[in-house]
Design a protein around this ligand. Structure first.
Ligand SMILES: NC(=[NH2+])NCCC[C@H](N)C(=O)O
Length: 672
């Protein structure tokens, strides 16, 4: 047994390293950035990040090619799916007001390597997103000038014909990105100020479109003569929802800026709710107006709104629309350039990414290196790539991030609440590192000799652990009292939080399997009807059972900040919907995604895992060993060192490290 455990030790240690969690400081509000954003600022950032090409382009294309006037329903569905995710972002943003959004949330609840990969994907998603918007921007301007810019560049500067690359270098798009990065690096106030200006203009234009558009509305355009309200039926509406989902991407900029918010606990949830509500209202009303103004099948997919006004005889209104769309794209661009460097900064701060990006300029209080370097990257992409080919990529990063954030919410909610040294409840680290007390004898390592000794009297340690247990708020993650008689024998032995963590995994796996069968079962996999139906039943049962098993456990209840309602139902539904939407993406997207993940893993194993601050905190063996006792069962218990002078037990600080120490101690025992 000794040899086998020694053989597994390195693999286990690696696993523990990959899954280590971020330890949060007691003072969550401490930051080297500048806390100066109000609720209004955050709300406008959210609106600015969301409302862009979705309003000016998607409404027209989706209505014409996929759904008809029922595009309203598609936006409603997409908005609902985004709302589920937004709930999770709002809870986390308020609870952990640190920049990095999805990356940070995954790091504190799921594990390091997952967090890294999520961050890595969000970075790419933001780079492509920003570059694509810049290209759309320059394309729009170009079309106003009858393609003079394009023609000039092609004849006087250069042009090439390489697949995947654009036909000509889009100097204007690259220029816009460089200028915008420059402004962003002046500090968060400048960015927020610019965003205010453009958002306000954009919102005024939307109000104009609505008022004027409703005056021109003709209900006959929804009539049976024109094909009716939903000419493509339910399947059209669903396909449209998957596309409309993109219109709601961007609210995560609020969570990204929570480290710069004055009062994040209140401001983040409020701003998320208001901005999502405003964006949904805008999308739904504008598509109503649009399909009422002209018959949906005659819409011009490129510039539906201005064309509709033009055809009704108001060509000047087209100019107003053009101004609005430029301002809206500006805000999306600013928000992309705003959140990307902050995620990079968060990763660099934790040591998972190159440390030069963690440097904050002392005057402007923003991560200037990250802003400028990634601004140049984005500009280069906008300059040379054909982004049409890459745009599909956008959704995969977003959907993956939403899925992990939803999973993190469940994991965190069913974790035992810890009492920190200050006596406040806080988020807690790994569930599987919970010490448990099984026997009344133990072994310990003494600091001086480094040797294992039989620990004679365990009773005082027992007392200590008992005390620690009463200091911890009990309940969260344990079986609800009502279910104890029914499920107690089955689940009673599990550590608090363990069942929930495991069930989240089965929840994701069953969602993926269900959606794969649903999507490919009939066509690609050619399953016979009975096995198709049976698999669907099995996977949906697995999904429902996992949800139920999570639900029979006590959730954390005493949070003072916003909490997602109906956990685990809300995040569970969010996971299912996101996975479903991911299956709608083309296989080319999946191939690119795999390549990007592979590069990410190289960066992580080449750099991140070695420089992780969490890892360094862990690796102080003598110090660590002295803090723990190992019970013969293999579980760990903290020793006297973690009791504070005032009698408090510092349970938060070292729990996450227990796992790492376990293997160190195990090997020690093996060598002996
Ligand atoms: N992170 C991003 N990819 N942001 C792009 C957001 C696009 C925005 N929702 C729009 O409709 O234009």
């Amino acid at each position: 047994m000794a040899t086998s455990s020694r053989g597994c030790a390195p693999a286990m240690r690696l696993c523990q390293r990959l899954n280590r969690l971020k330890t949060l400081d007691d003072d969550m509000m401490a930051t080297s950035l500048k806390r100066c954003l109000s609720t209004l600022d955050l709300t406008l950032l959210g609106v600015g990040g969301m409302v862009g090409s979705g309003l000016y382009v998607l409404t027209g294309t989706v209505a014409k090619d996929m759904v008809g006037p029922a595009v309203i329903i598609s936006f409603l569905f997409a908005g609902f799916a985004s709302l589920l995710a937004a709930f999770c972002y709002a809870e986390f943003g308020a609870r952990i007001p640190k920049t990095g959004s999805a990356y940070m949330f995954t790091y504190v609840s799921v594990g390091e390597v997952w967090a890294f990969l999520i961050g890595w994907n969000v970075i790419l998603e933001n780079m492509i997103g920003g570059a694509a918007v810049a290209r759309a921007w320059s394309g729009y301007l170009d079309s106003i000038f009858n393609h003079a810019i394009k023609n000039y560049t092609e004849t006087h500067i250069m042009q090439w014909n390489v697949p995947l690359l654009a036909h000509y270098p889009d100097l204007l798009a690259a220029g816009i990105l460089i200028v915008a990065s420059f402004f962003i690096s002046f500090g968060v106030q400048v960015s927020s100020y610019l965003n205010h200006i453009f958002s306000v203009i954009s919102m005024a234009v939307i109000v104009f479109i609505l008022v004027f558009g409703f005056m021109l509305a003709e209900p006959a355009n929804w009539s049976q003569k024109e094909g009716g309200f939903a000419p493509f039926g339910l399947s059209g509406i669903l396909a449209g929802s998957a596309t409309c989902f993109y219109a709601f991407v961007g609210f995560d900029v609020i969570a990204s800026s929570s480290e710069e918010a004055k009062n994040p606990q209140k401001a983040v949830p409020i701003a998320t709710a208001i901005s999502l509500g405003l964006a949904a209202t805008a999308y739904i009303l504008v598509s109503t107006v649009l399909t009422l103004m002209v018959p949906w099948h005659t819409l011009d997919p490129n510039s539906a709104l201005s064309d509709a006004f033009f055809r009704r005889g108001y060509s000047w209104a087209g100019v107003v629309v053009a101004v609005g769309s430029i301002c809206a794209m500006n805000t999306v661009l600013l928000c992309n350039l705003f959140s990307l460097p902050r995620i990079v900064y968060a990763m660099a701060e934790d040591g998972l990414f190159f440390s030069i990006f963690a440097r904050v300029n002392p005057v402007t209080k923003v991560p200037v290196n990250a802003i400028l370097v990634f601004g140049v990257f984005m500009a280069t992409m906008a300059l040379i790539f054909d982004l049409e080919a890459l745009v599909q990529f956008l959704s995969i990063g977003t959907l993956l991030a939403y899925t992990f954030v939803a999973a993190s919410i469940i994991v965190l909610r069913f974790q035992p609440e810890k009492v920190s040294s200050k006596g406040t409840a806080s988020t807690s680290p790994t569930p599987n590192a919970e010490p448990s007390l099984a026997h009344s004898e133990s072994q310990t390592i003494t600091e001086d000799s480094g040797e294992l000794k039989q620990y004679e009297s365990f009773s005082d340690k027992l007392q200590l652990v008992e005390r620690q247990k009463t200091v911890e708020r009990r309940g969260a993650g344990q079986l609800k009292a009502f279910w104890e008689p029914y499920l107690g024998r089955l689940l009673g032995d599990c550590e608090p939080g363990q069942v929930a963590a495991f069930c989240v995994l089965t929840l994701i796996v069953s969602s993926v399997s269900f959606c794969v069968v649903l999507e490919f079962g009939n066509k690609q996999l050619q399953l016979p009807v009975w096995s198709f139906a049976m698999l669907l039943v099995i996977f949906s049962l697995a999904y429902v059972v996992s949800l139920a098993l999570i639900w029979v456990h006590e959730p954390q209840t005493n949070s003072k900040t916003f909490q997602v309602p109906l956990v685990p139902l809300t995040p569970g539904a969010s996971i299912l919907i996101n996975v479903f939407l991911m299956m709608k993406l083309s296989y080319l997207t999946w191939i690119r995604f795999t390549v990007w993940i592979a590069i990410g893993l190289i960066v992580y194993f080449g750099y991140g895992i070695w420089h992780s601050k969490e890892g360094r905190r862990e690796l102080q063996p003598q110090d660590m060993a002295a803090r723990y006792v190992v019970l013969p069962s293999g579980s760990l218990v903290e020793t006297v060192q973690s009791v504070q002078p005032d009698g408090h037990v510092d349970t938060q600080a070292h729990r996450a490290k227990a796992a790492a120490t376990a293997s160190a101690v195990e090997e020690h025992a093996g060598n002996r």
